[in-house]
Design a binder for this molecule. Structure first.
Ligand SMILES: Cc1cc2nc3c(=O)[nH]c(=O)nc-3n(C[C@H](O)[C@H](O)[C@H](O)COP(=O)(O)O)c2cc1C
Length: 220
């Protein structure tokens, strides 16, 4: 499916921060539930890839990776990754730089409806690398998936809140690794993200902070 996000919306947003209530979501192509590669083959192929080509990746592949990370996979609304008491503390963002059919910008992944919700206009990858990642290889990514966590959703777990969030990031990130392997894409989970800078650059709501990133692209 082709993205129908009006480019004019970005042009109208002077600061780059898109107005509340602006025409919103970009429906992502429906995720595939069958693929050519077995789970065993994906596990055999899984590895961290940091040498990425500076070409574009398909919007359908971005959607597939986001679905693998946190997509709804059952009628009860539960997701591809497990969550303690189904509290779902993770919210995913996409720093899009070179995604076919998608304007450069920052997007929030809307789990319900499998949509991208525009947050900021313009390609923010360089700013994100310089301010929040400090790892040069990230600049070659076509897009960066940013894992953020809303600890308030898991505060009922008391002292285990932080641990449960980490557990969920790990499960979700592994899904992305396996899906990337099946799509022939390269990625690496990077935990060292500067959360204050990331919050500023991505205009994150105050209830959440960045806990890891997965830059993606075609392996070089
Ligand atoms: C919690 C965690 C944090 C990581 N942080 C980074 C990172 O900041 N930068 C990076 O390049 N790789 C990072 N990695 C990837 C590891 O370096 C990588 O998994 C390890 O070298 C093993 O290689 P493999 O994934 O190809 O098996 C991280 C992995 C994990 C699990």
């Amino acid at each position: 499916m082709k993205a129908c996000f009006p480019v004019v919306l970005f042009a109208l947003a002077g600061s780059g921060l898109l107005a509340q209530g602006a025409p919103q979501s970009i429906k992502l192509p429906e995720p595939r539930h069958q693929g050519a590669m077995s789970v065993e083959a994906a596990l055999s192929a899984r590895q961290s890839v940091r040498t990425l080509a500076r070409d574009s990746i398909a919007l359908a592949d971005v959607g597939q990776l986001l679905w693998a990370a946190q997509g709804v996979n059952r009628p009860n609304g539960h997701r591809t990754a497990p969550s303690a008491m189904a509290a779902y503390p993770l919210e995913l963002y996409l720093v899009a730089s070179r995604v076919s059919g998608l304007a450069g910008g920052v997007y929030h992944y809307g789990v319900v409806g499998h949509v991208l919700e525009p947050v900021l206009s313009g390609d923010r990858l360089r700013e994100f690398v310089d301010g929040a990642s400090h790892q040069a290889w990230v600049a070659d990514a076509a897009a960066v998936i940013v894992f953020t966590a809303v600890p308030g959703r898991t505060s009922r777990f008391g002292a285990r809140t932080e641990r449960f969030v980490s557990d969920e990031v790990g499960a979700s990130a592994e899904n992305v690794y396996l899906q990337a392997a099946a799509l022939g894409l390269g990625t690496t989970f990077a935990g060292s993200v500067q959360d204050t800078a990331a919050a500023r650059i991505l205009a994150l709501p105050a209830d959440r902070s960045a806990v890891g990133i997965m830059p993606v692209g075609h392996p070089r």
